[in-house]
Structure formats: structure tokens, C-alpha cells
Design a protein around this ligand. Sequence first.
Ligand code: KG4
Ligand code: ZN
Length: 337
Amino acid sequence: MPIYILGIESSCDDTSASVICDGKVLSNLIANQEIHKSFGGVVPELASRAHQQNIIPVVKQALTVANIDKNQLNAIAYTRGPGLMGSLLIGSSFSKSLSIGLNIPLIEVNHMQAHLLAHFIEDCGEKDPEFPFIGVTISGGHTQIVMVKNYFNMEIIGETLDDAIGETFDKCGKIIGLPYPAGPHIDKYSKLGDAKKYIFSKPKVDGLNFSFSGLKTGFLRFVKNEEIKDLFFIKKELNNLCASLQNTIVEILFEKILEAIEKTGINRVVFGGGVSCNSGIIKKFKENEIKKKYKSYFPKFEYTTDNAAMIAIVGYLKYKNKDFSTLDKSAKARYTF
Ligand code: KG4
Ligand code: ZN
């Protein structure tokens, strides 16, 4: 009998629902919330209201695209955390209610684990990585290096002490007038610029941890100083600024991951999270595979950003283990593993 899992993701500003059947994605719908763009970042109160409006139509559409009836579902997997509390509450309450209504099991999913386990979706792109591997979760809210021994045995061995990598892209982008989220724009303009034109200092952080706040402050100071000399500095130098900034971020990440490979003796590096579609990161890691003796794995674009297919695949893996949740569990804004 095929196993159908409905995944629900509502941790930040995207409302997403997906149906998967035995690990294969039948639908993966995402309702983006354009409203946050005018505020230059996600406004939690507006995000939860929009989830409230979007969740039923998105789930209905996910079932329609998958061409199944809700009564065929075997379980519902939802993001328990981490994320914005108001947003998580919409997805968790909806999922609990539907699981009661359909009398099927409820499965809780950790959003950050899901970013890595997205690789086990049948059409995720590259061949499934073998365990153990080094997981690298890079998103708007997180920057973590994770030792992944198997599907559910994960340990964080390094993380950012301040800003996340996506946050750094977004905040630096804001400084040079780019819309939120700035990561994709910086990536685009980088392709047209000289990555060596400007040098930004890289932080010195011991062990496998990261720090990005110094880079952000240094970038701000540099841009403001240059603007005093030339009011049109940003406009003239946008491509070079983006390329140089992106290059610095890529170098910081690359050096830390090489250190993690050396420390752990594991040479499979598996990326997940919104920033893992960055062209500079992919190029750098792919280009150095032979020279530095590791293999890197990047998810398909649609599984890098927040999506419910990654929640559903974790649901499927947990379903096979009969690892079900209970109705008394509450959403968790901070949720480590
Ligand atoms: O995983 P995600 O969709 O949401 C969070 O859980 O945070 O990641 C969103 C982040 C944003 O900071 C966005 O700017 C960044 O991913 N991002 C990128 C690119 N595409 C999205 N950063 C750099 N280059 C990109 N191409
Ligand atoms: Zn995410």
C-alpha cells in the first residue's frame, strides 16, 4: 500500500503544503507573503495573519495537484519549530485539528533537520548522500554545521555566534538599497562584478563557529565612507560591491567547512536552507571537490527555500519508524536537536 503524507510548513513567512507518496513529491505548493517586502523584513504579526488566510487554500490546492482525496492521507507532518511563534501556531493548530478530523497520526518535524533531510526526496537532484555526513544549514535564521550520523542522530558542532549567513546577505543588501530578501539580488549582481575589487575583513572565530556581525558593520562603515566622497558610489559600484561581499561570505564558509572536514574526518558535505542555492557557494564547493578531496551535495532549487516537501519527507521517514507526536506538544520557537 502506498503511504501518503501531507506536510505543512509555516515557520516564517511562507505557507507551504505538500503531498508525498513513498518519498516522491506529488505536490509542493508555497504561498509567499509579498507584504513583508515593503517593511524590509518579516513582520511576525503580519506573517501569522497571512498564514491564517493561506493555510486552507494551500492545503486544498496541494491535495488537488496531488490528485488525492484527504481521506487517502496516512499521516500529517508539521513544522514544530524553530521559527516565529505566531506562524508556527497556525501550522501546528491546523495540523492537529486535521489529524483529529481524519483520525490519522500527527508527526512533528524540526525545520532545520528537514532542510538537510530534503536530500532524501526522490527527485532532490543528486544521489542520496551516505551517512555519516557534515550537514550545513544556511538560511535567513540559521548557520549551523551539523554532524549527521543517520536520519535522526544529528549534533550541532558549529554555529553562528551572532547573525546568520542569510541575514548577513539581507542586512548588507539593505545597506546598499536592495529589496528584502536581498540574498538573490546580491547573487545576481555578483555575476556582473569583480569579486576582488573590495576586501572586507573576515572574522577570526575559534573552532567551528561563525560570526558575521563584524562583516556587516565593516561593510556599512565602508559604504558610508565612500558615499561621503561620492554620492553615487553605490549606484556606480553595485556589481563590484555585491561580488566582493559575496566572495567574502563564500570564503568564510569554505574555510570553516574545510576545518570541519579535517576535524571530523568526514568528507561528505550536505547543504540545506535558503542560502544553499547561492551560485558563488555552489561554484566554490563544486570546483574544489577533487583538490580538497570531499564531495558536496546541494538540493534542487525548490527544496532549498522553505517548503513543505522537506517536512513531508521527514514525516515519511518518521512514519516508517512509527515515531508519532501527541496533541499536547506545543510549537517551539527555539527547537534544537
Ligand atoms: O531557508 P529560508 O528560505 O528561510 C529561513 O528559514 O530563513 O532562507 C531565506 C534566506 C534569506 O536570507 C535569503 O536572502 C537567502 O535565504 N537567499 C539567498 C539566495 N536565495 C535566498 N542568499 C544568497 N544567495 C541566494 N541566491
Ligand atoms: Zn528554512
